[in-house]
Design a protein around this ligand. Structure first.
Ligand code: ATP
Ligand code: MG
Length: 551
C-alpha cells in the first residue's frame, strides 16, 4: 500500500480494532438520490468501499431520501449502476433512510420524553434572530419550556397534519449560547405536505438530515461514518443525538470523521449545478462525455481502474484544495497506455494515390496489437494504391526543414508499412488539397532504405477501399474558466470548442469495436466507441496522447 493510502482514517480504524472496540468495521456510502454521481462521489465511494474491502468489513449503500421533494427512480438506478461499474458491491440490499421514518419518529418521542426536545412556533425569521451569531449568544425560544405533555401533544398534531407547513418545528433542547451554532437548539423535524417516493402520503413531517443521519448510521451498525469537511461542526450534534438515545449511547456507537472533498479544475462538482446543464440542454444529458459524472466519464472512455487509481493518488486528507485535471488524465493515460489495443484512424482525411503501386491489388500487412506487449498478438493492416492520411500530415509549404511529415519531394514512412515520396497534389475550387500523388519504395517494408537515405517522419494512414467512415467527437474542457462553480452564471461559460465533430475513417475491423472499449488510434489519441445506439460508427476521444508526436 502506498504512503498516501495510509491516511488518518486508517490509523483510527487500526486503533479501534486494536482496542477491540469493534469486531470488524462497517462503512456506508449515503447518496441523496437527486442526480447522477460525479467524480467527487467516486472519491467517497472508493474510500468507503475500499476500507470495507481492505479490512474485511462491510459497506452499505444507503439512499439518503429523507427529503421528499427531490428523489427520482432514475437517479437511484444510475447510482447503483455507477457503483457497480466502479467495481464495488454494497452489503446486502440497498438501504433507504425512508425505511426508518417510524424509528426517527420514536426517537424524537424519546427526546421529548426526556425533556430534550420541544415544538417551537417561531417564524423562520424569528428563529434566525434568536439563534445569535458567532460573536453573540442566542436566546431561548418562548416555547422552550413547554411541558413534556404539551410537547407530546403538539408533536402528535404535527404528525397528523394539523399545522400548516412551516408553522412549527420540533427542536432539540441543547444550549442557545453554545459556541457551535449547530448546537443552538437545532430543528429535528419539520412539516412538509409533500408525497414521498417510498412512503407516499403517510408522513406530513420529515426528519432533518442532522437528525436522520446519525440514527440511520446507528441502526445499521456503522462504525466509521465518513463525510466531507463541511460537516465538521455538525459532528457535535451527531454525537449529542446518539449520546442522548438509550439504544445508541455505547462506546461502539458510530463516530463521524471528516475528509476534504474533491474539487476539480475546469468543471463543476455539484449535482445541483450539473442538473442545470442538463435541464438547459447545454449538454446532451447526465452522461454527456464532457460531464464529470461517472456515466459521462464512462461514455468518454475512462476505465473503472483509472478512477480507482485516481482516488488513490489524490489520497485522503483534511486540507481543502483543487485538483489539477492533469492528475486525472495522467492516471487514465497510464492505464490506457498499458491496455489499449492500437489501431489507425484518420480524423480529417485527404487521399493519397501511390502511382507505382499495382491497381486492384490489396496487400495484407501485419502489425502488433500493442508494441510493448507481444502477448496481445498481431493485427492485419491493409495497403493498396489508394490510402487516406490526415490533412495535417501533408504540407504544401512546410513551415521549416524540421517538418517531419509529408511534402512534395520529401519522403515519409507510413506507419507499419512502406516509405513514400510525394510528387504532386490536386486541390478543389477553394484551394483545399484533395489528393496527394506519391510513389512508394517496395524495399522499405519493415526496413530502412538500402542506400542509406534517412527517413525521419512516420505518419499513419488507412487503406481507402475497405476503410469505414466514422464520426469522431473531439472533446475539450467544458468551461472556459478554471473555477466555473464559483461563478453565478457558470452556464454562460461553456467552452464553444468543448465538442468538435469530424468525419473520417477507421480500419475495417473497427466495425466490431465494442462500446466503451479503449483504443489507441496511433498518433491521434485514445478513443472509444460511443455507448449509445447509432446508425454509423461514432468514436469519442477519451484523452490525448502525451505530446511525444507533436513536431
Ligand atoms: P452534491 O452537492 O454534488 O449533491 P452532496 O454532498 O450533496 O454533493 P450526496 O449525495 O449527499 O451529495 O453525497 C454522498 C456522499 O458523497 C457524501 O458522503 C458526500 O460527502 C460525498 N461527496 C459528495 N461530493 C463529494 C466530493 N466532491 N468529494 C468527496 N466526497 C464527496
Ligand atoms: Mg446533497
Amino acid at each position: 500500500m502506498s504512503e498516501t493510502q495510509i491516511n488518518f482514517i486508517r490509523h483510527k480504524i487500526d486503533a479501534d480494532l486494536a482496542k477491540k472496540l469493534h469486531k470488524s468495521i462497517q462503512t456506508r456510502f449515503p447518496p441523496e438520490p437527486n442526480g447522477y454521481l460525479h467524480i467527487g462521489h467516486a472519491k467517497s465511494v472508493c474510500l468507503n468501499f475500499g476500507l470495507a474491502r481492505d479490512y474485511n468489513g462491510k459497506c452499505n449503500l444507503r439512499f439518503d431520501d429523507t427529503n421528499p421533494t427531490k428523489e427520482d427512480a432514475e437517479f437511484i438506478k444510475s447510482i447503483k449502476a455507477d457503483i457497480e461499474w466502479l467495481g464495488f458491491k454494497w452489503d446486502g440490499e440497498a438501504q433507504y433512510s425512508s425505511n426508518y421514518f417510524d424509528k426517527f419518529y420514536d426517537y424524537a418521542l424519546e427526546l421529548i420524553n426526556k425533556n430534550l426536545a420541544y415544538v417551537c412556533f417561531l417564524t423562520t425569521e424569528q428563529t434566525r434572530e434568536y439563534r445569535g451569531t458567532l460573536k453573540q449568544a442566542g436566546k431561548n425560544s418562548p416555547h422552550r419550556d413547554s411541558s413534556i405533555t404539551e410537547n407530546l401533544e403538539l408533536f402528535n398534531k404535527m404528525k397528523n397534519g394539523e399545522f400548516a407547513a412551516g408553522e412549527c418545528v420540533l427542536r432539540a433542547k441543547i444550549d442557545m449560547s453554545n459556541s457551535f451554532i449547530c448546537l443552538r437548539d437545532p430543528a429535528l423535524f419539520r412539516i412538509l405536505f409533500e408525497p414521498h417516493h417510498q412512503t407516499g402520503d403517510a408522513w406530513k413531517i420529515y426528519p432533518m438530515y442532522d437528525f436522520a443521519h446519525p440514527i440511520s448510521d446507528a441502526i445499521e451498525g456503522i462504525t466509521h461514518s465518513l463525510c466531507t469537511l463541511e460537516f465538521q461542526d455538525n459532528r457535535r450534534l451527531y454525537d449529542w443525538i446518539l449520546e442522548h438515545l438509550d439504544d445508541f449511547n455505547k462506546p461502539n456507537r458510530p463516530h463521524q470523521y471528516e475528509f476534504s472533498r474533491l474539487n476539480l479544475e475546469w468543471t463543476l462538482m455539484s449535482k445541483r449545478q450539473l442538473q442545470i446543464l442538463v435541464e438547459q440542454n447545454l449538454v446532451s444529458g447526465w452522461d454527456d462525455p464532457r460531464m464529470p459524472t461517472i456515466s459521462g466519464l464512462r461514455r468518454r472512455g475512462y476505465t473503472p481502474a483509472s478512477i480507482r487509481d485516481f482516488a488513490d493518488r489524490i489520497g485522503i486528507s483534511k486540507v481543502d484544495s483543487t485538483t489539477d485535471m492533469k492528475i486525472l488524465e495522467d492516471t487514465l493515460r497510464d492505464d490506457l497506455n498499458a491496455k489499449a489495443p492500437r489501431s489507425m484512424a484518420v480524423i480529417d482525411p485527404i487521399k493519397v494515390v501511390i502511382e507505382n503501386y499495382p491497381p486492384e491489388q490489396i496487400e495484407s500487412l501485419s502489425a502488433p496489437v500493442h508494441p510493448q506487449n507481444e502477448a496481445m498478438g498481431k493485427r492485419e493492416i491493409l495497403f493498396s494504391k489508394e490510402l487516406f492520411i490526415d490533412r495535417a500530415d501533408f504540407a504544401e509549404d512546410p513551415p521549416n526543414n524540421k517538418f517531419k511529415r509529408l511534402a512534395i519531394g520529401k519522403e515519409v514512412r507510413l506507419r507499419n508499412a512502406y516509405v513514400i515520396l510525394a510528387t504532386t497534389f490536386d486541390t478543389d475550387f477553394d484551394g483545399n488539397i484533395t489528393t496527394v500523388y506519391a510513389t512508394y519504395d517496395p524495399e522499405t517494408l519493415g526496413k530502412n532504405p538500402a542506400d542509406g537515405r534517412k527517413v525521419k517522419g512516420v505518419i499513419h494512414f488507412v487503406e481507402a477501399s475497405k476503410a469505414l467512415e466514422a464520426e469522431f467527437r473531439i472533446y475539450e474542457r467544458l468551461f472556459t474558466l478554471e473555477n466555473p462553480g464559483k461563478n453565478e452564471h457558470f452556464e454562460q461559460l461553456i467552452n464553444p470548442k468543448s465538442l468538435v465533430i469530424t468525419s473520417g475513417v477507421v480500419e475495417p475491423n473497427m466495425a466490431n469495436a465494442p462500446p466503451e472499449q479503449a483504443y489507441q488510434f496511433e498518433r491521434e489519441g485514445y478513443f472509444c466507441r460511443d455507448n449509445q445506439p447509432s446508425d454509423g460508427l461514432i468514436f469519442n476521444k477519451t484523452v490525448a496522447l502525451r505530446d511525444t508526436w507533436s513536431s
